[in-house]
Design a protein around this ligand. Structure first.
Ligand code: RP5
Length: 165
């Protein structure tokens, strides 16, 4: 199976980014997590992106806050799908990172999830890999079924509390 690269601009991102890794583990998807910065380690970040496909990665998740160029820098240096997680923080509490991540120039896309949306980044990476992986697709289907069952239970509990059942 292809691996997922989980890249964060700083160790301060890790408490949130860990959620993406946990979700990947939940689907038994192999991954690597690294701290690489578009600004502090630009050469190493570019090197990683350029070699990522040859290293067996199938998707890249990039988490960064403030002037969040990390996902864009990765997208500019490889043709693997790149998923950006804008990180909460800074003067605008993540809105700046959201805009920096999502507003890519034509031809170099970054699939951007919500501010701090680590879990969705991992689910989207899984969906990308599942295009060519039936076992993983079945796990995604099972997760959706389990999610629906949880909602049904919560609906039942709500109706019970309201005295309707
Ligand atoms: C970004 O700046 C990082 O991704 C992080 O979200 C933010 C703050 O980094 P630190 O100053 O905490 O290292 O590059």
């Amino acid at each position: 199976m292809k691996k997922v690269a989980v890249i964060m601009g700083s160790d301060s991102d890790w408490p949130v980014v860990k959620g993406a890794c946990q979700q990947l583990e939940g689907f038994s998807i192999p991954y690597e997590a690294h701290i690489l910065s578009a600004h502090r380690t630009p050469a190493q970040a570019a090197e990683f992106a350029k070699n990522a496909r040859a290293q067996g990665f199938g998707a890249i998740i990039c988490a960064a806050g403030m002037a969040a160029h990390l996902a864009g820098a990765f997208a500019g240096n490889c043709t693997l799908p790149v998923i950006g997680i804008p990180m909460r923080g800074g003067a605008m509490d993540g809105l700046d990172a959201l805009l920096a991540t999502v507003q890519m120039p034509s031809g170099i896309p970054v699939a951007t999830v919500a501010i701090n949306g680590a879990k969705n980044a991992a689910v989207l990476a899984a969906q990308i890999l599942a295009v060519a992986d039936e076992d993983l697709a079945a796990k995604l289907d099972a997760a959706r079924t389990a999610m629906a069952a949880q909602i049904a239970e919560k609906e039942k509990a709500l109706q019970a509390e309201l005295g309707n059942i």
